[in-house]
Design a protein. Structure first.
Length: 72
């Protein structure tokens, strides 16, 4: 195996990797690039932020629908 330089992932690389992982469509090449990163912390933080935004968005949509149907 050849040794490759480990580097910190860029902001957009983390965003695209988190979105691809959430949708389950990450390519093998991108997955290998992500795993060669020097630290998993940006991906963990990105995943947590995405999860919070996703849950809050779903909750707001449900509340909006319930208000408009008169059920809430």
């Amino acid at each position: 195996m050849s040794e490759q330089k480990q580097s910190k992932p860029g902001f957009w690389q983390v965003v695209l990797s988190v979105l691809a992982a959430a949708l389950g469509v990450n390519s093998r090449r991108n997955q290998e690039r992500d795993f060669q990163s020097s630290t998993p912390l940006p991906f963990i933080v990105g995943g947590v932020i995405f999860g919070v935004i996703f849950v809050v968005s779903i909750a707001l949509i449900v509340m909006l629908v319930l208000e408009n149907t008169g059920a809430g």
